[in-house]
Design a protein around this ligand. Structure first.
Ligand code: MOS
Length: 736
């Protein structure tokens, strides 16, 4: 047993990533690093039309090219059902099943060869002829089927039309947001290897259990026969939540060739094959009294979706509960277009919806002649306005107050266009936000062995956010061990079941499971420690014993006790394990609304009208996310999300060619993202208390940094210039 003492700052303050060194040294195995003896490589062929059918596909030249092992098209692909629906909605349709083409970039063939170069060269030789049909690419195009979002995000209460008719002040405007593409640095890769009827997959996924369930169902295998490894992921941003067609194709390619196969997407393929944030058009109607009190809130969205896909994208959901308004009507509609299937991208739905809602509130504040922060306070949701239940925890008021103080909101001159410095026009903007995170049932297992160190694990994924680190901290704290005496393993589907690293929920879901496992393991040790004739704690009740520094000892006399290792040795045991289960609290039993995390965003923009420059000088986010397990990592999440929000506000736009449906900017050279020079001072502060509904007290921070950023920036642009920009991304040209 080492002598490590648990530091008093094991939880809360910043602890460096436990896997940081292994990543920067190149030791951490990312899916694209995985290799096998006799590994073959796959290259995809993508459709060059957006709508129609394949009339002829000629593969002979590709088949005869050097090194080629197989060419798979819809003509020789095994028939697969659609994968099962999961917690986040139905699976994408299975690839290469027929001659139908629904989007530009859809996979029409895969070539498997001895080397990647041979596979890529042969893929060029696959000759495809198409019958082209008219594609639908525009959200306004009535030829695209329009339907109410089936995921139940629409809601009504009260009488919105009546309240609008009698409101003292009304406001209505339309907003639009462009499609944005997740671009994790790590190119998504699947390595598939069969051994008899057992399939091993190394996959870029945020959810090993989902890959296992989906692939097992598609191939008619028992779940135990599919093993999914994803210990490291080079970024996810939601792109790794679903099981995308390339993963299915890799498994088929390995089966057909009898070889392990690696399929690594190219950067352009990352634009068409792993989802992206869909474009929206939104209308917000507000009714208020002159005092600022909202009497009506209507928020409708139309959201782009693929022709044959499903994608829950709750754009207006945030408007249900954001403000204390008696009459509310929110609705998401979806328009089917010939576009690659969208999917989750950080704060799906909320990223777009918050822009419209928080811009509209800002516009109303000017109509009322009221400070925009004051307008939000006058409509503060003291309880969850939708369920009527009290919040389990809500420190949004502190977010406003601390933020206003720290940002210097009082220095804001309310008059539009009044703040200047040299040639700069200066504007301040604010936005409020929350994110509907979800806690899901999760499992973990904790073991302490003869050397007195702990091994805790779950099938969960660390997508770069620091899950491995915070779970090591949490386990060490609960077991009374030092950080270096705990190993936390994840990213392996044979480990206890975990939900996705997504929806800002994993730290809580997994944290509750780890909490349960560690408490239960500690309890087992306490029982054993007081048992047996040789025990220094014989006769003690386990209530008199505490654990610290790897020792179980008397509360009133730390000198009397023994180490985990000694307890095991005395009982002739090699190790002791305990399983943990985390289940979400039931609102019906607690009588509380499971609170989302909340935040307030403050932005300062500077505009040089002569030079045509728009700069985001400062962005402050004040966050109530319950208990913060690691301030450094939580802060990084909010900073990263905020920079993603600057991207949504000013740069990012996945451009579909209106004639062909081809993405015109599917490279890092053409798809603009913020670089360091575009990012001013990004400040983060945390407020609030641990949420009482879970033993871990967390509420999730992963998605919270992004929503509201674009609204705060657009609101600041209006304050600086008097120009209201309702369409993202904001381009400097829109200002003049
Ligand atoms: Mo997040 S879009 O749930 O990875």
């Amino acid at each position: 047993m080492t002598e490590t003492k648990p530091a008093p700052t094991l939880l809360g303050a910043g602890v460096d990533r436990v896997d940081g060194l292994s990543k920067v040294r190149g030791e951490a195995p990312f899916p694209s690093d995985v290799t096998y003896p006799r590994l073959a490589h796959a290259a995809l062929v993508r459709s060059t039309i957006a709508a129609g059918r394949i009339s002829r596909i000629t593969t002979r030249a590709a088949e005869e090219a050097p090194g080629v092992l197989a060419v798979i098209t819809h003509q020789n692909m095994p028939r697969l059902e659609r994968g099962p629906a999961t917690l986040i909605g139905p699976s994408p349709v299975s690839p290469l099943q027929d001659d139908q083409v629904f989007h530009h970039g859809q996979y029409v063939a895969v070539v498997v060869a001895e080397s990647l170069q041979q596979a890529s060269a042969a893929a060029e030789l696959v000759d495809v002829e198409y019958e082209v049909a008219a594609g639908v690419f525009d959200l306004d195009d009535p030829r695209g089927e329009l339907r109410v979002d089936p995921w139940g995000s629409g809601a009504r209460r009260g009488d919105v039309e009546g309240a609008l008719a009698s409101a003292e002040v009304t406001f209505e405007a339309s907003y639009s947001t462009a499609a944005n593409t997740n671009n994790p640095i790590g190119l998504f890769t699947t390595v598939a290897a069969w051994e008899g009827d057992t399939l091993t997959l190394h996959d870029s996924t945020q959810w090993t259990a989902n890959v296992r369930t989906t692939i097992a169902a598609l191939f008619g295998l028992p779940e135990e026969s599919v093993r999914v490894h994803a210990p490291f992921l080079g970024g996810g941003f939601g792109a790794g939540l679903r099981v995308w067609p390339h993963a299915v194709i890799a498994a088929v390619a390995a089966q057909v060739t009898g070889r392990p196969v690696k399929l690594e997407l190219t950067r352009p393929q990352m634009f068409t094959g792993i989802g992206y944030r869909p474009a929206t058009e939104q209308t917000v109607r507000l009714g208020a009294l002159r005092t600022g009190q909202l009497v009506a809130l209507q928020h409708h969205a139309t959201i782009a979706i693929g022709i044959v896909d499903e994608n829950p994208e709750p754009v207006t959901l945030i408007s249900q509960s954001a403000y204390a308004c008696p009459n509310v009507d929110v609705r998401d509609d979806e328009r089917r277009l010939n576009i690659p299937p969208p999917g989750p991208l950080r704060a799906p739905g909320a990223a777009q919806g918050t822009f419209a809602l928080e811009s509209a509130l800002d516009e109303l504040s000017y109509k009322l002649g009221m400070d925009p922060l004051e307008l939000r306070l006058r409509n503060y949701a003291e309880v969850d306005a939708h369920s009527g239940l009290p919040w389990s925890s809500n420190a949004l008021r502190d977010c406003y107050a601390v933020g206003a103080e720290r940002f210097g909101w009082a220095q804001r001159n309310p008059e539009v266009g009044s703040m200047r410095e040299d040639s700069w026009q200066i504007g301040y903007g604010v936005a409020s936000l929350s994110y509907h995170w979800w806690q899901v049932r999760c499992e973990a297992r904790a073991t302490i062995g003869r050397d007195g160190t702990a091994f805790v694990r779950s099938a969960a994924n660390d997508i770069g956010t620091g899950t491995r680190t915070v779970m090591t901290q949490l386990s060490a704290e609960l077991l009374g061990l030092g950080l270096s005496d705990v190993r936390f393993d994840l990213g392996d589907s044979t480990m206890p079941w975990s939900p996705a690293a997504g929806g800002s929920g994993l730290t809580t879901s997994l944290g509750v499971a780890v909490d349960d496992a560690c408490r239960s393991l500690r309890g087992k040790f306490l029982e054993l420690a007081v048992q047996g004739p040789g025990s220094p704690l014989a006769g003690c009740s386990s209530d008199d014993v505490v654990v610290s520094g790897g020792r179980l000892h008397r509360k009133d006399d730390p000198g009397v006790g023994e180490s985990y290792a000694e307890v095991l040795a005395r009982h002739g045991l090699d190790e002791l394990s305990a399983d943990g289960l985390g289940a979400p609290p039931d609102p019906a039993q607690t009588g509380l609304a499971l609170s989302p995390p909340f935040a307030a965003k403050f932005a300062e923009v500077r505009i040089d009208a002569d030079l045509g420059i728009l700069r985001v000088a400062r962005l402050l986010t004040v966050v109530d996310a319950g208990r913060i397990l690691n301030e450094k990592l939580a802060r990084s999440q909010i900073v990263g999300g905020t920079i993603g929000g600057i991207g949504q506000a000013l740069f990012e736009e996945t451009s579909f060619d209106p004639g062909t449906g081809r993405i015109a900017n599917a490279t890092f050279g053409d798809y603009l993202i913020p670089v360091s020079a575009d990012v001013g001072d990004v400040d983060v502060a945390f407020v609030g208390q641990p949420d009482p509904l879970t033993p871990v007290g967390t509420k999730g921070v992963g998605e919270l940094g992004l929503p509201g950023t674009a609204a705060a920036i657009a609101n600041a642009v209006y304050h600086a210039t008097g120009r209201r920009l309702r369409s993202l991304p904001i381009a400097i040209e829109q200002l003049y």
